[in-house]
Write a new protein. Structure first.
Length: 150
């Protein structure tokens, strides 16, 4: 799995790391039991503070997505998909509200947002299909990018 961060993003670096790990688990690019890059190694690869990576990993662990095993490393949790449905729905509701507000400010109507959601869904499905049988990249990341994310 490769993690790309950019200083041009509105998202803090620790959130960029979190988002990409969540996306990888949701897209089956990371599976329960897969080992993540150590916090120190990831910080070195991304050229960020180890505290930034620690914050991302700590939040993911609080959400039950990953587990740290002292002396062994950090792994995708066996029950990464076992999330409280009511809490998950509330978090998603807040995200959708922010998305729709930003879309409105950007001049996009609801139909355009739905079309965009369908496009992204198709991309995610294609990524899942393409990576369905492939082994995960053990490196966990690539160096920090200077360009903005797509």
């Amino acid at each position: 799995m490769q993690i790309h961060i950019t200083s041009a993003s509105d998202l803090p670096i620790y959130r960029q790391i979190m988002r990409q790990i969540v996306d990888a688990v949701a897209g089956d690019r990371l599976r329960p039991g897969d080992k993540l890059t150590s916090q120190r190694e990831l910080a070195e690869q991304l050229v960020v503070s180890p505290l930034t990576v620690k914050k991302a990993y700590d939040e993911l662990e609080r959400e039950g997505l990953i587990q740290t095993q002292r002396g062994r490393g950090t792994f995708v949790a066996a029950r990464a998909t076992a999330v409280d449905p009511a809490a998950q729905r509330q978090r998603l509701r807040e995200m959708v509200r922010r998305l729709l507000s930003r879309a409105h400010l950007g001049g996009l109507d609801f139909t355009s947002v739905l079309a965009l959601a369908h496009e992204v869904h198709a991309e995610l499905e294609a990524e899942r299909a393409a990576e369905g049988g492939s082994d995960n990249d053990e490196s966990g990341s690539t160096p920090r990018e200077s360009e903005s994310e797509s």
